[in-house]
Design a protein around this ligand. Structure first.
Ligand code: SAH
Length: 465
């Protein structure tokens, strides 16, 4: 979501005649006695922030501290923050960091160019942080990073009650974009050369056209024109987007287990355009922990969902999120999570140590797993998952997959890089003319998580045609 918001911000600013410089150089000018300046040539430095874990916030606070030095040598510099930390901390940050000029909330990105102008003219701290509504801005001014791939947010916010999570505080309640607007934007992207869209949402599969923001329902828009009912739920939305000619692949992230239904699996199973990678966060394999997290399901119920998904879509690649060392997690709970990883055989897992987030229900519980234990459990989970991933991946060696050729390999310009329908990355030698096309590639070796492949020769008669 932040990548999409950054692309929107860059597009809007570029359209105002600004030039976008590359990303932040953390090492620049930090030598003792030399004033810090990461971008001596920049007039504005913006950081798009995340609040999900404490570590992400600490890095931003660290950079804000360093930027105080930069402002000493460049007094005209404008320093701004976007993203969830703005929603979480609001104007308090202005007192703590007097050199911070600008804060723009997740629902106010379109006001960014005007706010920068305001700071430039009046040289005072300005913030625009709207509490209500949706933070999605569809704009053709977006500066997309990829030629063939695009992010497409369809809903924001969260109505779930997970005790560890700050999202309901920073992003508010669930709000969906009207289905016809999603359809129109997807079609526009395809007209612009995009072949692959990733639908985004904090709980993307909780998308609900009925909850589409009222203010965005305009007269005269006929949903049936796109075959869409205004109350489309996520499976229906996916199904309809598959009808867009020229759109070859659709991914989505992140799903919440509560809305991972058989109806959704059925739609995926019958549509080869839908990615065969399904990310479904488990968080813990221990029922007492899941209960304290208010995850709304037991481990057994989660496992049933995965079993059912694999029955409907046997080739599906499932990935997950795990939190290590949540409040009150015992050694037995940790063992249960290790056992769950062994049982469910995820293709990958994002495993992170628990950190308390201010204002969440869990912030009232004792964060009682010592950091050394959290680190050890985190390491054990990562090691086990690495073995499982390796085993799963090795089973694919020797097989041939249809690969979407996305780019020239950043590490070796003689190679191309692409991804399979299950979003496995493969690099293989081939001509640049294949960019943007689907090719059959045989997996011949594995280097870490990347496969090394070879283009499968066309059958003689087909090549002849
Ligand atoms: N809404 C989806 C996905 C959330 S993605 C769901 O609930 O299933 C965000 C991920 O960040 C979560 O799955 C969780 O693993 C992680 N996370 C959230 N809050 C955290 C915290 N306080 N400490 C550590 N990890 C956290």
């Amino acid at each position: 979501m932040n990548m999409y918001d950054t692309e929107v911000a860059e597009g809007l600013l570029q359209n105002q005649g600004m030039q976008i410089l590359s990303s932040f150089d953390e090492t620049a000018g930090t030598l003792p006695g030399i004033a810090y300046s990461p971008f001596p040539e920049a007039d504005v430095i913006l950081m798009n922030t995340c609040s999900i874990r404490e570590h992400a916030e600490e890095r931003v606070f660290g950079r804000l501290g360093l930027l105080k030095e930069a402002k000493r040598v460049q007094p005209e510099l404008i320093i701004g923050l976007m993203g969830c930390m703005v929603e979480e901390h609001r104007e308090k940050l202005f007192q703590k960091y007097p050199h911070l000029d600008l804060m723009v909330g997740t629902r106010n990105i379109s006001e960014l160019p005007a706010l920068i102008e305001e700071v430039r003219k009046e040289r005072k701290q300005v913030a625009r942080i709207k509490q209500e509504g949706i933070s999605i801005e569809y704009t053709d001014q977006i500066k997309r990073a990829g030629s063939y791939h695009a992010w497409l947010p369809v809903m924001t916010g969260c109505n779930k009650v997970c005790t560890f999570c700050i999202v309901p505080i920073t992003r508010g309640s669930e709000v969906s974009m009207p289905a016809r607007e999603v359809y129109r934007e997807a079609s526009r992207l395809v007209d612009d050369g995009v072949r692959w869209i990733t639908l985004l949402g904090q709980n993307v599969n909780s998308y609900d056209g009925r909850k589409a923001e009222d203010g965005r329902r305009k007269e005269g828009q006929n949903p049936s024109a796109a075959g869409l009912h205004p109350s489309a739920a996520f499976p229906e939305l996916l199904d309809t987007l598959c009808q867009i000619e020229g759109l070859e692949r659709i991914s989505f992230t992140t799903s919440h287990p509560s809305d991972a239904t058989e109806e959704l699996y059925r739609v995926i199973a019958k549509n080869p355009k839908i990615s065969r990678r399904f990310h479904l966060p488990l968080q813990s394999g221990a029922n007492p922990v899941l209960k304290r997290m208010k995850r709304l399901h037991t481990y057994e119920e989660f496992k049933q969902k995965i079993d059912s998904m694999r029955r409907w879509i046997p080739e599906i690649s499932v990935t997950t999120d795990i939190i290590a060392g949540f409040c009150g997690e015992t050694e037995q709970d940790h063992q249960d999570t290790l056992r769950a990883l062994g049982e469910l055989c995820f293709d990958d897992a994002y495993i992170y140590k628990y950190s308390t987030r201010p204002g969440t229900p869990a912030s009232k519980l004792a964060d009682d797993v010592p950091i050394s234990i959290k680190e050890q459990r985190n390491r054990e989970l990562l090691e086990l998952q690495k073995t499982i991933r390796q085993r799963n991946n090795e089973q694919l060696l020797g097989e041939t997959f249809e690969v979407f050729v996305e780019e020239i390999s950043p590490k070796d310009p003689s190679q191309l890089r692409g991804r399979t329908q299950a979003e496995k990355t493969v690099v293989f030698p081939g001509p640049q003319s294949l960019l943007g096309s689907f090719q059959k590639v045989k997996f011949r070796a594995l280097r870490h998580e990347t496969f090394l492949g070879i283009l499968e020769a066309e059958p003689a008669e087909k090549a002849h045609l």
